[in-house]
Ligand binder design. Structure first.
Ligand SMILES: [Zn+2]
Length: 422
């Protein structure tokens, strides 16, 4: 994608409405509001569907059209002068963690919608259509894996298996998508993989760098690679009172030995490796029963592919070496290579930030985002805005109206430039 017409766009930008953007954050935070000021809005629950319906209403009021695809992604479209042209799309997700905050995800959705509204207010005509996307199930809490909507859309994972994914009550992802479609009877069907010419995502930083530096915008340079493992250690359940140690196959004892060895393996002096065991379950989990099975997860992230391979490839051999009486199985349900955002989108972002004069820095993303998957489909990029003390995935998550407005302004400017490029 070449932006040789970029100069034609100079001076023809829309000014976003900071009050409207903030009001909408307040309104959206009601959907799933928790007593401690956070948000609990799991993917395609009734609360999340209600939030989608309100977003679609806001879109319809401006004459924008609404589309839903087979994996529950929603798209809000403002027409361009060239109806055949693939759209410029911005957006993020509106699901949250169970004790999530008011800004993670929804900010990127509202920034994209505000961009469309501001461009409509200004009466600008763009060549390409503009779209605000709401990617389904980014957090991966109700259904796993995470980034489901964007990954399926970009072709990273197969639709059928994902629609069969179930939540803790046994409801399938497929039935949840049908419930969303039923709640949006006026939305048109959007085929998966419909081309997108470029994608840009705004998100709160979820880290402390921008706030500490006094910067308003982070231009995201890339994202860590990740490898996720699930490990099952299997022994024998036995009576806690009658079974001597020499006869036990205690899955807990051997799992702990593995965990300690893993922590040694993944220890690095410069503290770049991100290694987390966030799930650890003991079965049957009874006071008087020697554990017959332990399941635990590994979430391993690093900016360099070489390290991801070198350390990640040692997980299974290490587990096999450590177990004595039990058996161990190691699975790797998902992985992603480190990603660099290069090319037209970060270039256009940098020019937009320069024009507006916002203090900024280049920043690396420790977290994963939907833009990871879109980057496999089209030129992509991301911006961050500061969040208070870097706190996120937490009910205390906070961001300032002024910073959110600056982020939305950059999204509006970038969408205009990209939509008028080739
Ligand atoms: Zn997010």
């Amino acid at each position: 994608m070449v932006l040789k017409n970029l100069s034609l766009g100079e001076g023809r930008y829309a000014t976003i409405d900071a009050d409207r953007l903030w009001r909408r954050h307040v309104e959206m935070a009601r959907f799933g509001a928790t007593a401690r000021g956070g948000v609990n809005r799991l993917a395609l629950t009734q609360i999340d569907i209600d939030a989608h319906v309100v977003l679609a209403q806001w879109a319809s009021e401006r004459g924008f059209s609404v589309f839903v695809d087979d994996t529950g992604n929603m798209f809000i479209r403002r027409v361009g002068s060239d109806q055949e042209a693939a759209p410029v799309t911005s957006g993020s997700h509106c699901d949250t963690q169970p004790t999530g905050g008011r800004f993670d995800g929804i900010f990127g959705v509202l920034a994209a919608l505000e961009a469309l509204d501001a461009i409509e207010d200004a009466g600008l005509v763009t060549r390409r259509p503009l779209e605000a996307a709401v990617w389904n199930n980014e957090e991966g809490v109700r259904f796993t894996p995470s980034y489901m909507g964007s990954a399926i859309y970009a072709g990273g994972i197969a639709l059928e298996a994902m629609l069969a994914a179930t939540d803790s009550s046994g409801a399938t992802m497929g039935s949840a998508v049908q419930a969303l479609k039923a709640a949006l009877p006026n939305a048109s069907h959007r085929p998966l993989g419909t081309p997108i010419s470029a994608f840009v995502e705004a998100h709160i930083e979820q880290g402390p760098e921008l706030e500490a530096a006094g910067d308003t915008i982070g231009i995201v340079t890339g994202m860590q690679g990740t490898r996720k493992f699930s490990i099952d250690v299997t022994g024998d359940e036995a009576h806690a009172g009658t079974t001597p140690r020499r006869h036990r196959r205690d899955a807990f004892v051997e799992a702990i030995a593995i965990v300690n060895a893993l922590h040694e393996l993944f220890h690095d002096a410069d503290d770049t490796v991100r290694f987390t065991i966030g799930q650890f379950e003991v079965f049957p989990g009874a006071l008087a029963v020697v554990p017959g099975r332990v399941s635990f997860s590994i979430d391993f992230r690093h900016p360099e592919q070489e390290t991801l391979e070198r350390l990640g490839n040692q997980v299974e051999p290490l587990c096999q070496r450590i177990v004595e009486r039990c058996t161990v199985s190691v699975n790797e349900p998902s992985s992603a290579k480190p990603l660099r955002f290069i090319g037209v989108v970060p270039e256009v972002i940098e020019r937009a930030v320069g024009r507006r004069g916002y203090p900024y820095r280049h920043i690396y993303s420790g977290a994963g985002h939907d833009a990871r998957h879109l980057a496999g489909l089209c030129p992509s990029g991301m911006i961050f805005v500061p969040c208070e003390k870097g706190i996120s995935h937490n009910e205390a998550e906070n961001a300032s109206p002024a910073d959110l407005a600056a982020g939305a302004q950059i999204i509006a400017d970038v969408m205009v430039d990209l939509a008028n490029g080739d």
